[in-house]
Write a protein that binds this ligand. Structure first.
Ligand code: UDX
Length: 429
């Protein structure tokens, strides 16, 4: 199939590359000419495991190319995917101006029947607006169909998730685009659910809000565990063995972050409000998430007493492991709060240090995770990178002014840490 993807962010770039990998011919469009140049030269603007090799391979095979021209992308393909940002506005609602702009650009360039597929996360009923906009601005008066096809990939596992999806959601207003959508996704061997556009759009917000709720639920349980001497890890394992609950997304933490959950929660609360429903349950999810960070900071201040001029080592800056993304990262928020209290920070992240430098200019960036603890009064684990589990605990402990660790991701075993001479505080145990 000939496919065009507009927007080469996380979703657009990975989607385009994976489509090319399964044999489609893909044009990726971005209005950032510098980014297009970088991609054309074989560079990758983000870190995502497995992506770079896949981009290079498919560019070399001629199935994947990049352009800054939306018109070129629209003219040369039959299916146009929209994968542009839908950033949050101060009131929590979604800024749809990029979607609107792209819809108008597509309308202006349409030369024959096109299927316009929205992949960006958008409020329910956006598909209707996109269809109206295209109809209004398409001077050529050609036929088209609008489809909603939300993306569920996780950053850090984007290629894996894209190549092996749990399900493909296709929201349509008529049957006409269904066959082409099925053919596009046929190589992925995943169940395809065909539904109306509004339901498809809702599936995305409902899923992300539910996952955020699941994390806040276990974080709330972690508070009860701390108060009673129970172990949240054991509780999560016991709960997760019930197949109706499942063990995934029951990892307590210093809160969830990233460019999706916080934004999608706010958006969904706002959308519900506009429908006349006060989604108080989701407001509580947000509140628990904020409190989890407050409680973690309090744990640090209660133990260290005065933070002014204390040196703290921080492991992790990305909002989760396997990514260089620091947007809405709990680790960054934690650093900012510790800095505000007057602490000095030595920080390390396997992939996110470059991106963090613009946000945290006054901290010391340490290339070797085993050197972070030097002269520190405490060490904090803020991101769940697997490699932190291999930290040289003996070397780190000996290098510190005091061997205290605050583990916001429960990477280590409390009894083992105590045995090794650490004062060890984690979440919910
Ligand atoms: C999420 C959804 O998982 C994905 O389906 C959707 O398409 C986009 O939003 P992403 O934001 O990339 O993906 O990351 P995810 O792995 O879901 O983690 C989100 C946040 O929750 C991270 O900060 C992570 O550390 C935190 N988290 C996750 C927990 O605190 N505990 C958990 O058990 C799981």
């Amino acid at each position: 199939m000939k496919l065009t993807i507009i927007g080469t962010g996380y979703v657009g770039l990975v989607t385009g590359t994976c489509f090319a990998e399964v044999g489609h011919h893909v044009i990726c469009v971005d209005n950032d000419a510098e980014k297009v140049k970088l991609l054309q030269a074989g560079g990758i603007p983000i870190y995502e495991p497995g992506l770079e090799e896949l981009v290079k391979k498919n560019v070399a095979s001629g199935r994947l190319c990049f352009t800054a021209s939306t018109a070129e992308g629209v003219e040369k393909s039959d299916i146009i995917f929209i994968a542009v940002p839908t950033p949050p506005q101060p009131d929590g609602s979604v800024d749809l101006s990029f979607i609107e702009r792209v819809a108008r650009d597509i309308a202006a360039a349409m030369n024959s029947y096109k299927i316009i597929v929205d992949k960006s996360t958008v409020p329910v009923k956006t598909g209707d607006k996109v269809a109206e906009t295209i109809k209004r601005y398409c001077k050529a008066r050609v036929e088209f169909d609008v489809v909603s096809n939300p993306e569920f990939l996780r950053e850090g596992f984007a290629v894996e998730d894209l190549m092996n999806p749990d399900r493909i959601v296709v929201g349509v207003r008529s049957q006409r685009p269904v066959a082409a959508m099925k053919e596009t996704y046929e190589p992925f061997n995943a169940p395809i659910i065909v539904t109306d556009i509004n339901s498809a759009e809702l599936i995305k917000h409902a899923s992300n809000s539910f996952l955020a709720l699941k994390i806040s639920y276990i974080n709330a349980i972690s508070v009860v565990c701390e108060a009673t001497g129970a172990n949240v890890q054991e509780v999560a394992t016991g709960m997760g063995m019930d197949e109706r609950i499942g063990r995934r997304f029951l990892n307590p933490s210093l809160g969830f972050g990233g460019s999706c959950f916080p934004k999608d929660l706010s958006a969904f609360i706002k959308i519900s409000e506009q429908c006349g429903y006060d989604f108080a349950l989701l407001k509580e999810v947000q509140r628990i998430n904020a409190q989890q960070m407050d409680r973690f900071v309090k744990k640090i201040t209660d133990t260290l007493w005065v933070l002014k001029d204390k040196q703290i080592g921080v492991l992790g800056l990305a909002f989760k492991q396997n990514t260089d993304d620091v947007r809405m990262s709990p680790a960054i928020e934690l650093c900012q709060r510790l800095l505000k209290e007057g602490a000095r920070l030595r920080v390390h992240d396997p992939k996110a240090m470059d991106k963090a430098k613009a946000i945290l200019p006054t901290v010391t960036y340490v290339d070797d995770m085993n050197a972070v603890a030097e002269d520190c009064d405490a060490l904090v684990v803020a991101t769940e990178w697997d490699e932190f589990k291999k930290l040289d605990l003996e070397k780190s402990r000996k290098a510190m002014s005091a061997p205290i660790m605050f583990d916001g991701r429960n990477l280590f075993d409390p009894q083992e840490m105590e045995r090794l001479g650490w004062i060890y505080k984690s979440v919910g145990r």
